[in-house]
Design a protein around this ligand. Structure first.
Ligand code: PLP
Length: 410
C-alpha cells in the first residue's frame, strides 16, 4: 500500500525510476547527494534553489542544531527572530520591515494581504507563466497552467487575479486603463520559472511607475532570485522601486523559512491590525538561526566570481553539445540557468513555451543520472550552481556532461 501519495509530498519532487530502481536521497553535503545505496551524484537541482551555500553548510547546521536544542518553539517573542530580521533588513534597502513565514507561497499570500489592506482594493495583477507559489489564487496563470500561453488581447481573470504579459510595456498601461482598482502588481523580477528570462531594459521600472501612478503597490516575488545574484534583492539590481518583496529559499539554506519585507508605510498594516499575520511556526528559533547564519555567510561570499565561473561553465556546456553536433543554448545567469535544445535561446516566454521540451529534458536527465549528475527532469527545469560548486565540482560536472552527451548523440 502506497501510504505516501506517489511517494512524495510535493509534485515537483517526482523522479522517474531508472533501470527499475527508485531514487531516494540518503544524504547531501556541499554540491553532492548520495542515494540510499551510497552512490554519489553531483547535484544541480540544489533544493530547487533553496541554498546558495551548498547542502548542509556547517555554520548553518550548527546554528540550527543549537537553536533547536535550546528552544525549539516558544510561544513568545525570542531574540533570534529580532536578530534575523535586522540581518535581513540590512540587505533589502528601503524594504526594512520584516515578517517571517514558512514558505514562499505563504510569503506571497501575506504580501498580497498587506497590499490589499494598504490600498483598500482587492484585485492583484500577476504575470502569465510566472510562478508565485501553489496557493489557489496565486497558482492562476503559472508556468504549468493553460492560461500561461494566453492569446494576444486576452486578459484572463479569476478570483481577483489578472494576468499580465511579461516584458510588454504596453500591456501594463492597458491593464490599468481597463481596471484602475488594482491593489498590487506582483512580479518575479526575472521570469525564473519560465526559462530564466531577464526583464527588458527599463521594464521593471516602467511596471513600477505605472503601478504607482495608479495607486497600486509593487510586490517583487524574489523567492527564487533573492540572494542569488548578490546578497540582496534581484530587483534592486535593476533599479526597481518596490514596496514589498517576498524572499525564501536562499535565505535559509534549506530550512523551512521565508519572509515578507516591505516599506514601513505598507507594513504598518500589520502594526495597526488592519491585516493579520499568524502561524504557529512563523519565525521559529531554528529558522531564524538559519537565516542569521546564512546571511552572515552570504554577505562574505564573492558573488561576481561565482557568476563569472557559472557563465564560463555555460559556455563549456554549449561547446560539449556543439562538438557532438547537437544544438544547445542556455538562458539565465551563472548561478541559475535553463538549458535549451536549440542554438537560439528563446527571448520571450511564448517562445520559451514553444521550445520547452519535456522529452528532451527527461532524456538529458536520465543520461546525466547515469553519469552521476542530478538535474531537474521536467521542462523549464533549471541548473543551480552554488558557492559549493568549486572548480573540482565544475570539472566533474563537465566530465559528466561529456559522457551523457556522447550517449545522446549516438
Ligand atoms: N515564488 C517563486 C518565484 C518561486 O520560485 C517559488 C517556488 O519555487 C514560490 C514563490 C513558492 O515558494 P514555496 O515553494 O516555498 O512555497
Amino acid at each position: 500500500m502506497n501510504h505516501l501519495i506517489g511517494g512524495i509530498s510535493s509534485a515537483g519532487r517526482a523522479l522517474p525510476d531508472l533501470d527499475g530502481q527508485r531514487f531516494l536521497v540518503g544524504r547531501s553535503q556541499g554540491p553532492y547527494l548520495w542515494d540510499t545505496r551510497g552512490t554519489r551524484y553531483l547535484d544541480t537541482a540544489m533544493s530547487f534553489g533553496a541554498t546558495m551555500l551548498g547542502h548542509a553548510p556547517q555554520a548553518v547546521v550548527e546554528a540550527v542544531n543549537g537553536a533547536f536544542s535550546k528552544m525549539p518553539m516558544p510561544s513568545f517573542a525570542h531574540e533570534a527572530e529580532e536578530l534575523a530580521a535586522v540581518a535581513l533588513a540590512e540587505c533589502t534597502g528601503p524594504l526594512s520591515r520584516v515578517v517571517f513565514v514558512n514558505s514562499g507561497s505563504e510569503a506571497v499570500h501575506l504580501a498580497c494581504r498587506a497590499a490589499r489592506a494598504a490600498t483598500g482594493r482587492t484585485r492583484i495583477a500577476k504575470f502569465a507563466a510566472g510562478y508565485d507559489g501553489w496557493y489557489d489564487q496565486l497558482a492562476f496563470g503559472n508556468v504549468s497552467s493553460s492560461e500561461a500561453g494566453m492569446d494576444a488581447g486576452a486578459r484572463p481573470e479569476k478570483d481577483g487575479m489578472l494576468l499580465l504579459r511579461y516584458n510588454d510595456f504596453q500591456d501594463i498601461e492597458r491593464l490599468f486603463a481597463e481596471c484602475p482598482d488594482i491593489a498590487a502588481v506582483l512580479i518575479e523580477p526575472v521570469l525564473a520559472n519560465a526559462g530564466c528570462l531577464e526583464p527588458a531594459q527599463g521594464y521593471l521600472r516602467a511596471v513600477a511607475d505605472c503601478a504607482h501612478r495608479h495607486g497600486a503597490v509593487v510586490i517583487l516575488d524574489e523567492v527564487l532570485m533573492g540572494f542569488r545574484l548578490h546578497a540582496g534583492l534581484c530587483g534592486h539590481l535593476y533599479g526597481v522601486d518596490a514596496d514589498l518583496a517576498t524572499v525564501g529559499k536562499a535565505i535559509g539554506s534549506g530550512t523551512v523559512v521565508a519572509a515578507v519585507v516591505g516599506k514601513p508605510e505598507i507594513m504598518d498594516v500589520f502594526e495597526n491590525r488592519r491585516a493579520n499575520r499568524a502561524g504557529t511556526y512563523s519565525g521559529n528559533p531554528p529558522a531564524c538561526a538559519a537565516v542569521l547564519a546564512t546571511l552572515g555567510q552570504l554577505r562574505a561570499q564573492d558573488y561576481p566570481a561565482l557568476l563569472a565561473a557559472g557563465n564560463a561553465f555555460r559556455e563549456r556546456l554549449a561547446r560539449i553539445f556543439h562538438d557532438a553536433g547537437l544544438p544547445f543554448s542556455t538562458t539565465g545567469f551563472g548561478s541559475v540557468f535553463t538549458p535549451w535544445a536549440s542554438d537560439e535561446p528563446p527571448s520571450t516566454y511564448l517562445a520559451a513555451f514553444a521550445r520547452a521540451s519535456k522529452e528532451w529534458t527527461l532524456s538529458l536527465h536520465l543520461a546525466l543520472r547515469r553519469a552521476g549528475i542530478m538535474t531537474m527532469p521536467f521542462a523549464f527545469g533549471r541548473l543551480y550552481l552554488t558557492f559549493a560548486h568549486d572548480e573540482t565540482a565544475l570539472d566533474e560536472l563537465e566530465a559528466g556532461f561529456v559522457k551523457a552527451v556522447r550517449t545522446l548523440a549516438t
